[in-house]
Design a binder for this molecule. Structure first.
Ligand code: ATP
Ligand code: MG
Length: 343
C-alpha cells in the first residue's frame, strides 16, 4: 500500500504559507486516499521544533494548538493518522542510524540552516559559522531526522512546500547511502508532491518565504488572524508603483505573490484574477483580497474555537494516531536494525 508522509513543526502560528503549501494539500490527498488505496501519515514534528531554542511551556501549548489547527482545517482522523513525532520513538532510532551514514559535506550544502541562523550564502566556512552564529548540531543535522521521518515508513509520496525539495533530494541520497551500506535495496526513493502554490512569500519582502519563525508578525497572515488584522496586514503589504494588476513574478514579485494567494484561496486561476482586476488600483485589489481571506478563513476559525474546548478529544486523536503510526514504524525499525547488524 503506498504511503504518504508529511510533517509540520508546532512552532508559532500556522500561516497562509503552511495552509496553501501543505495543509490544504493534505486535505485534498485525504479525499483521494481511499480510492487510491493509500495510507496517510501526518506528523506534528516536535523534534524538529527544538532544533531552535523553544520555551518548554510555550512548546507544550503550541503542540496542542497545531493539532487543533490541523483538525480545524479539515484533517480527518478517520482518514489518516495524525500524531506527534516524539511519541513514535522509531523516528529517533532511525535518525541515529542514518546520521552515521551521512557525510557532513552533504549537510553543509543545505541552505535552510543558514537562512534560520541569518547567515549569508557561502559567506563563511562551516567552522566560522558554528562559532560566530552559534550553530547547534541539531539544526545542522535536522535534514537527517527528516530523512528518517519519511524513510521510516518507506513513504513514497511526500507533500511539501518548495522550500523542502532540497531536503528531499538529500533524503534520497541518504536512502541510497543506506542501501549501499547494507547491500540491499531496502529504502525506496521518496518523491515530493508540490502544491500549485509552491511558495507563499512574505508580505513585507517578496524575496523571502512566509515563515512562522520570522520575528515580524506583519510578514504573514496567520490562520487565526482577526478580520481587522488581515485587513491591516494586507493594506500594508509591499507592492509597487505600476498601475493596474498584472502577474509577473520577476518584475512585480510582491504583486504576483498577492495574486497567487488570491487565486489559491478563491480556487481559481491567476489569469481569472488578473482579468478581473487589471484596472483595479492596488488599494481596490487589496481590499478584495482581504475580503476573500476573511471569508475563507472564517469557517476554519469557527471550528478552531469549537475544538479548543475539546482538549480530551484532541489528545485521543493524537494517541490513536501514534499507535497506528507505530504499527508500521516498529516492524520497519526491527528490519532496519537487522540489516545493520544491530539485531
Ligand atoms: P519555520 O519558519 O519554523 O521553519 P515554516 O513556516 O517553514 O516554519 P514548517 O513547519 O517548517 O513551517 O513547514 C511546514 C510545511 O509548510 C512544509 O511542507 C513547508 O514546505 C510548508 N511551507 C512553509 N512555509 C511555506 C510557504 N511560505 N509557502 C509554501 N509552503 C510553505
Ligand atoms: Mg520551515
Amino acid at each position: 500500500k503506498p504511503i504518504v508522509f508529511s510533517g509540520i513543526q508546532p512552532t508559532g502560528q500556522p500561516h497562509l504559507g503552511n495552509y496553501l503549501g501543505a495543509i490544504s494539500n493534505w486535505v485534498t490527498l485525504q479525499e483521494q486516499a481511499q480510492s487510491a488505496d493509500e495510507t496517510l501519515l501526518f506528523s506534528i514534528v516536535d523534534l524538529h521544533a527544538i532544533t531552535l531554542p523553544q520555551d518548554p511551556a510555550k512548546l507544550r501549548k503550541e503542540r496542542m494548538e497545531m493539532a487543533t489547527t490541523l483538525l480545524a482545517c479539515g484533517i480527518d482522523p478517520e482518514k489518516c493518522s495524525l500524531f506527534e513525532q516524539s511519541k513514535v520513538p522509531e523516528h529517533t532510532q532511525l535518525s541515529w542510524i542514518l546520521t552515521c551514514m551521512t557525510p557532513v559535506g552533504w549537510l553543509a550544502r543545505m541552505t535552510q540552516w543558514k537562512t534560520k541562523l541569518g547567515v549569508t550564502k557561502g559567506a563563511q566556512s562551516l567552522e566560522d559559522v558554528s562559532t560566530t552564529a552559534g550553530l547547534q548540531l541539531g539544526l545542522f543535522a535536522y535534514p537527517v531526522l527528516m530523512a528518517a521521518d519519511v524513510l521510516l515508513y518507506k513513504a513514497d509520496k511526500i507533500p511539501v512546500g518548495e522550500d523542502q525539495i532540497q531536503h528531499l533530494e538529500l533524503a534520497r541520497d541518504i536512502a541510497q547511502s543506506f542501501n549501499h551500506y547494507v547491500k540491499h535495496p531496502y529504502f525506496p526513493s521518496p518523491r515530493p508532491i508540490i502544491t500549485e502554490t509552491k511558495r507563499v512569500m512574505s508580505l513585507r519582502d517578496p524575496a523571502s518565504k512566509m515563515s512562522k519563525s520570522n520575528p515580524s508578525d506583519q510578514t504573514r497572515i496567520n490562520l487565526v488572524d482577526t478580520p481587522e488584522m488581515i485587513t491591516s496586514k494586507i493594506k500594508r503589504a509591499v507592492t509597487d508603483s505600476i498601475r493596474g494588476i498584472s502577474y509577473d513574478r520577476l518584475e512585480r514579485p510582491a504583486v504576483a505573490n498577492l495574486v497567487d494567494i488570491y487565486a489559491a484561496m478563491k480556487r481559481c486561476s491567476v489569469e481569472d484574477i488578473v482579468q478581473e482586476h487589471k484596472d483595479s488600483s492596488n488599494a481596490q485589489f487589496k481590499e478584495a483580497l482581504a475580503d476573500t481571506l476573511i471569508t475563507k478563513l472564517r469557517p476554519i476559525q469557527a471550528e478552531l474555537v469549537r475544538l479548543s474546548k475539546e482538549e480530551a478529544y484532541v489528545h485521543s486523536v493524537l494517541d490513536k494516531g501514534a499507535e497506528k503510526a507505530r504499527e508500521i514504524a516498529y516492524p520497519n525499525i526491527v528490519e532496519i536494525q537487522k540489516l545493520v547488524g544491530l539485531r
